[in-house]
Design a protein around this ligand. Structure first.
Ligand code: URA
Length: 442
């Protein structure tokens, strides 16, 4: 006979450092999701106890499974093109400043005949949301029915859309609660949150881009590596072929952070150009995904150069109501911030740029709020570049000029410029390290 369970004893067990049983975890996640006998304050206390005490591998597996079981699990097994089954590969990034990689990556991988379902959420805080970026394209819509999602995967191959309400609904409630209880930065809870959605989505393979550095959720490389290992183990145990790249997020990716400005930069990459770091990460992740799809010899750089990836992008945007030829919105107010001194730009803090973009209107402070498509930061220099006093360092784009002061304040001290020939301590710091720091497998 199963024991009688109650929320207080589950909280107390975790508070006292005990390992929770499978029954306790399954019961509390289920009852909390259904608002049946577990109050918000009780789950808040449990989340804080988990944050402080951690979870064992078995607890994480059970917590993840309970979140998957809170909703429906999709199945892409029936997808066909020309009568043949389609392989599905997804990518998930833990979020970074200027991280627009999904935009060129999904159509690039799909241009090789692989199905890429990218079910995304909306941005909160300093990292932008992929859906918010794509919504700056006139007509494009994020909400698809499951039937539309399947049909687009079969016809175009690439889909970026909003996750349905029934995909791990426990995570939606738990994530909102973690956001207001200071319990987001917990490796077991982040791993379970991300992997419950990815496993429930039904992808055959998954490539994770786990960020480390000032603009990442977990700034320490050791924490990011532990998160990557935990997620790779969860995916593999669930039968999803999972690998992770550990990548640097100490400086923004590319030269843009915001919405329409990031779409414009992604189009440069799809046209065979674009900033070197965006191209490098797009290709590194594409190779991982193509390898996972059984195409280890595919050459993604060729499909950026010959327009195949761009063709798939255009089909993907049009299939979701967007006009790939429509001009992107442009901000009515653009404020240029200039370099205070001449020298070499040694570092440019990702978090500061993310906060500036958010304050300009590119991101939201509370779930459900609107964002400005035009808002964002355009960088005129990257670490390693030589800058001249008075030359533009950043352009701040917004619809609301009152937001500019806050963005300028966020950027105060973000750029470290060492004068030419100076022998300051800064000169001994590396200008730029490798972008891809490690590859994590089981
Ligand atoms: N992204 C998620 O989906 N969940 C987390 O907990 C953190 C980042």
């Amino acid at each position: 006979m199963s024991p009688v369970l109650d929320a207080v004893s589950v909280i107390a067990a975790k508070r006292d450092g005990c390992e929770l049983t499978d029954e306790q975890i399954t019961w509390i996640v289920d009852r909390y999701t259904r608002a049946d006998g577990v109050a918000e304050e009780q789950m808040s206390a449990l989340l804080m106890a988990i944050y402080l005490r951690g979870m064992t591998d078995r607890e994480i597996v059970t917590w993840t499974q309970s979140m998957i079981d809170s909703g429906t699990r999709m199945d892409f097994g029936e997808l066909r093109r020309d009568g043949r089954p389609l392989t599905t590969v997804d990518k998930h990034s833990t979020g970074g400043v200027g991280d627009k990689i999904t935009l060129p990556l999904a159509p690039l991988v799909a241009s090789f005949g692989v199905a890429v379902p990218q079910l995304s959420g909306r941005g909160l805080g300093h990292t932008g949301g992929t859906l918010d970026k794509l919504e700056s394209i006139p007509g494009w819509r994020a909400d698809l029915t499951t039937a539309q999602l399947y049909s687009q995967l079969e016809s175009v191959g690439a889909v970026v859309c909003a996750a349905g309400a029934d995909l791990a609904p426990a995570d939606r409630k738990l994530y909102a609660l973690r956001d207001v209880t200071g319990t987001v930065e917990s490796i077991p809870l982040i791993a379970a949150s991300i992997m419950s959605k990815k496993i429930a989505e039904g992808t055959g393979a998954l490539v994770l881009d786990v960020k480390t550095g000032s603009g990442a959720f977990l700034s320490s490389p050791d924490d990011a590596r532990r998160l990557a290992k935990t997620m790779v183990s969860l995916g593999t145990a669930a039968g999803v072929r999972t690998t992770a790249l550990l990548t640097d997020m100490s400086t923004p990716l590319g030269l843009t952070a915001g919405n329409a400005v990031e779409v414009a930069e992604s189009l440069e990459v799809l046209s065979g150009g674009g900033p070197a770091d965006v191209v490098e990460l797009t290709l590194a992740l594409a190779r991982e995904m193509l390898d996972a799809a059984g195409l280890p010899d595919a050459d993604p750089a060729a499909h950026l150069a010959n327009g195949r990836a761009m063709d798939t992008w255009r089909a993907m945007i049009a299939a979701q109501g967007g006009d790939p030829d429509a001009p992107l919105p442009v901000a009515p107010h653009i404020e240029v911030v200039r370099a205070p001194t001449s020298g070499v730009l040694r570092s440019l803090d990702a978090m500061a740029v993310g906060v500036a973009a958010w304050r300009l209107g590119a991101g939201r402070a509370v779930p459900g709020a609107g964002v400005q498509s035009e808002a964002g930061v355009v960088l005129h220099a990257k670490p390693g570049d030589t800058v001249t006093a008075g030359a533009p360092l950043y352009s701040l784009h917004t619809r609301t000029p009152g937001a500019i002061g806050g963005a300028v304040a966020a950027l105060d001290g973000a750029a470290v410029i060492s004068p030419p020939g100076s022998a300051t301590e800064d000169d001994s710091r590396p200008l730029t390290g490798p972008l891809v720091l490690d590859r994590v497998t089981v």
